[in-house]
Write a protein that binds this ligand. Structure first.
Ligand code: GUN
Length: 296
């Protein structure tokens, strides 16, 4: 069976074009330009690189965006005050605080300070709760991006066994919550495996759709998958590679070269899920901007 390489670049560009067109219409009809505030604390190179991509995407989509780059020494109260400032700023419809934060800062407190209607990451307990019980919510961008990929690449989920590897609040838990809903492009039987399992391969081998959100380079090997399965690789791991100009290279959580030939469809890294996350951030910001017009 030929393997379909799920092209996240192509799909993310489609979504970005749709969002840009809808944003232009919103501006025409209401004068509102979707606005995103991004707060980045510290010097983590990966976080700086993601935030740059988010700023560029906002510019290209015609959004208003502001970014605060603050030192790692920033105190909790300063950060909370900044979030509150954006909560009260009518030009800002979405607030994103890039994670992880330096260890002295309380991530959960910061998340809970963001107004749920401006929480374009979908991390606030109000949005997490709404997602869990199937209400309309701002949904975390990476899981929402995975659902869009499945939909737009016609990968059926209803009645399928989806195995999610990883239980993070950003990916593992919300993708499981989305896929168990009795809704189109969900209705799956979901197993979540994590570091508590003595042998994750017992579970991964049973997956019709395997979602790897582990954070370990090439952790899913060929012996861990069922032939014909679909593999969604959420990993973004920078590894040393002296043959590249930067001296490093991005690889996923899946050993792509060995696993891809066994699958019916697979997302590459880079060029898969990562680009979808940014597209869905734009979509969430647009959604928050549209919702704001219904409140005022
Ligand atoms: N760090 C890694 N992924 C994400 C994300 O989706 N949102 C935020 N705010 N931080 C992240």
């Amino acid at each position: 069976m030929a393997t379909i390489i799920i092209d996240g670049r192509k799909t993310s560009l489609e979504i970005r074009a749709e969002v840009a067109a809808r944003a232009a219409l919103l501006k025409q009809e209401t004068g509102i330009v979707p606005g995103l505030a991004v707060i980045l604390i510290g010097d983590d190179p990966a976080s700086h690189s993601y935030v740059k991509s988010k700023e560029k995407a906002c510019r290209e989509t015609g959004f208003y965006s502001v970014t605060d780059r603050l030192p790692a020494s920033t105190q909790q109260q300063e950060l909370i005050a900044l979030v509150r400032k954006y909560n009260g700023d009518v030009r800002i419809h979405g607030i994103l605080v890039q994670m992880p934060l330096p260890r002295h800062l309380d991530e959960q407190k910061v998340i809970e300070t963001i107004l749920p209607e401006k929480d374009v990451d979908g991390f606030h307990p109000v949005n997490v709760g709404k997602l869990m019980i199937g209400l309309d919510a701002l949904v975390p961008c990476t899981p929402a991006g995975i659902i869009e990929l499945l939909k737009r690449w016609s990968i059926q989920t209803s009645g399928k066994h989806v195995v999610v590897v990883g239980r993070s609040n950003i990916v593992g838990k919300p993708i499981a919550a989305l896929l168990i809903q009795k809704q189109p492009w969900a209705n799956a039987v979901v197993t979540v495996v994590h570091t508590g399992a003595p042998d994750i391969s017992l579970y991964t081998k049973q997956a019709d759709i395997l979602i790897a959100a582990i954070g370990k380079p090439r952790a899913i090997t060929a012996d861990m998958v069922k032939p014909g399965c679909v593999v969604i690789d959420v990993g973004m791991n920078r590894i040393h590679d002296s043959t590249t100009p930067s001296g490093n290279r991005m690889v996923g959580d899946v050993d792509f070269d060995a696993v891809a030939p066994l699958t019916s469809a697979i997302t590459p890294v880079p060029g898969g899920v990562g680009l979808m996350t940014i597209a869905l951030l734009l979509q969430n910001t647009l959604k928050a901007a549209i919702e704001s017009t219904k409140r005022s």
